[in-house]
Unconditional design. Structure first.
Length: 560
């Protein structure tokens, strides 16, 4: 990366100033700290690219740390998927894979210190009572009746909590800060709760678990993180993090908050995504309509496109909505250079070339990618019977329709000029076949007599084509901000977010395609082979259409 191409944002400016001042001994050490209670989505990709990107740019380090403090929601499956997603995006944490659970014993000792200092106490209020006592944004909280327990009693109760003597919810350990604070996070927050649940790493060793706010800042401190980069919702938590580290006299990372990603026509709330999966609105986390990284990967998105997208949206201090068309633009931009062009007919209409020799065929040269000549050429078979797109023919064409029609001539890509001379219909009046003639003098070029045509159509040989299933994916939601008007995001689910076509015809050269292979279907869009494919049954997911909305938006913005 050259100096001129490096991203510029307020976080990087802070780091540059810190390096000039030799803060943290001129170290840069970040971390990506997911909770292993779900799958990563495109919003996490922004954080991954930011944290790992900064570490790489400033020749520092980035840890992958799992904040695994809630065994009731965490699974090893999520740990594996998160690691797979980070690696797929192109980042490597090397030997710096950590877990909050690595520090459970140390965190427990720190909690004991807080109790001894009179800064923490065991509380017997129920969760509902704790919420009631906490107050509101406009009303102060009130002290727990257990707030002034003697230190020795608190130490005894906390040890017994650890030993498993009490049921879930019966006791918590709370920090003693200020129940009148204007920041609700400072009103004696819970530090530990009782959970008799098996942890995916520590088993049944623990039955008390630290709360996220307590574990997070201490983990950052233990690991020597210099710049703790968080999204804006954690800004109000920063005074609490500072309080823990100050009281315990621990090393202080610098917390910096940035705006999380909001993407149009989708939801990025983990709670809402779980609802979509559990209620069957999608087939799973890797459904290609989901914004989960596994869903984007299955749909055919490339890591390069996602990283480019994250660079383009940048880092800001205020929340904003990013148009989905920018993400789609990034995948088009990448696949335009890397995906092989092929011909596929997804709604086939048969064409018989009546003056082409029967029982014969020829192989024509086709360019694999005009944007990347190193990809070379291929042979495509041409025969008397072909398939074209049903939408490429009109019996009674409107104005501005320049494709095939009765007595009209068009070009077939890489092949010949053809002219429709007859239309064959079934008993219901539906067109089932076109009869055409071809001009053998126009092979791969213009007509010798100089006549012109206004359209070029893609096609496949009926004799050689193979069948495929094509899944046409659209936005999962019809509204830019789902639920904004109705209050229920599910009312805005797009009933036409998936269309499945099962009688598609594709070039024979695609028969050996593997799951994950990407192609541009000429004149249709970009597609990826789905992992549901099997021998003899190819399934293609539409990654993105050829329509480039973002380019139009960008052009209109420049013209203003």
């Amino acid at each position: 990366m050259t100096e001129s191409s490096k991203p510029v944002d307020f976080i990087r400016e802070i780091i540059r100033e810190d390096l000039k001042a030799r803060k943290y001994d001129s170290r840069v050490h970040t971390r990506f700290p997911p909770e292993p209670n779900g799958y990563l989505h495109i919003g996490h990709a922004k954080s991954i690219c930011l944290n790992f990107g900064i570490a790489e740019e400033f020749k520092g380090f980035c840890n992958l740390r799992f904040d695994d403090t809630n065994p009731t929601k965490e699974e090893i499956e999520y740990v594996k998927s998160i690691k797979e997603d980070v690696k797929w995006l192109g980042f490597d944490w090397q030997d710096r894979e950590f877990y909050a659970s690595d520090y459970f014993e140390q965190m427990y000792r720190y909690a004991v210190e807080l109790i001894k200092m009179g800064k923490a106490y065991v509380c017997d209020l129920s969760p509902d009572e704790i919420r009631e006592y906490r107050g509101t944004l406009i009303e102060s909280g009130k002290d727990s009746p257990y707030r002034n327990r003697p230190v020795e009693e608190n130490l005894d109760l906390f040890e017994r909590m650890r030993n498993g003597e009490f049921p879930n919810g019966s006791h918590t350990l709370r920090a003693k800060i200020d129940m009148a604070s204007g920041n609700i996070n400072m009103r004696d927050p819970v530090i530990y709760r009782i959970l008799h649940a098996e942890h995916h790493r520590t088993g049944n060793k623990w039955c008390i678990y630290p709360m996220y706010d307590y574990a997070h800042c201490i983990s950052d401190s233990i690991e020597g993180v210099t710049h703790s980069i968080c999204t804006l919702e954690f800004e109000d938590h920063r005074p609490l993090y500072d309080w823990f580290l100050n009281e315990l006299k621990l090393y202080h990372p610098q917390q910096i908050e940035f705006a999380r990603l909001n993407l149009s026509n989708t939801v990025l709330s983990k709670r809402k995504l779980i609802q979509l999966v559990q209620e069957g609105h999608v087939s799973g986390w890797d459904d290609p309509r989901m914004p989960a990284i596994s869903g984007l990967r299955r749909r055919g998105y490339t890591p390069e496109a996602i990283r480019n997208f994250c660079d383009r949206i940048g880092v800001a201090k205020r929340d904003s909505m990013v148009d989905m068309s920018l993400l789609e633009y990034c995948i088009r931009e990448d696949m335009n250079k890397t995906a092989q062009r092929v011909m596929a007919v997804i709604r086939p209409l048969k064409v018989v070339i009546v003056n082409y020799p029967e029982d014969t065929f020829e192989e024509l040269d086709a360019i694999n990618n005009p944007e990347n000549t190193s990809m070379g050429t291929r042979k495509v078979p041409f025969s008397r019977e072909l398939y074209i797109e049903r939408d490429d023919f009109r019996e009674d064409p409107p104005k501005q329709f320049f494709r095939l029609a009765p007595d009209r001539e068009v070009r077939l890509r890489y092949a010949y000029f053809v002219k429709c001379i007859d239309v064959v219909k079934d008993s219901s009046g539906e067109i089932i076949e076109l009869r055409c003639t071809y001009d053998p003098e126009t092979k791969g070029g213009d007509a010798p007599d100089g006549r012109k045509v206004k359209a070029t159509l893609h096609w496949v040989s009926a004799l050689h084509s193979i069948n495929a299933e094509v899944r046409l994916y659209n936005h999962l939601f019809t509204k830019i901000n789902p639920g904004e008007e109705s209050g229920d995001f599910k009312t805005d689910i797009n009933p036409k977010s998936l269309e499945i076509l099962r009688n598609c015809k594709i070039e024979p050269g695609l028969a050996s395609s593997k799951a994950g292979d990407r192609f541009q279907f000429e004149r249709i869009g970009y597609f990826c082979v789905d992992h549901d494919s099997s021998e003899g049954k190819l399934i293609f997911n539409r990654t993105v259409t050829l329509r480039d909305t973002w380019a139009k938006i960008e052009k209109s913005q420049k013209e203003k």
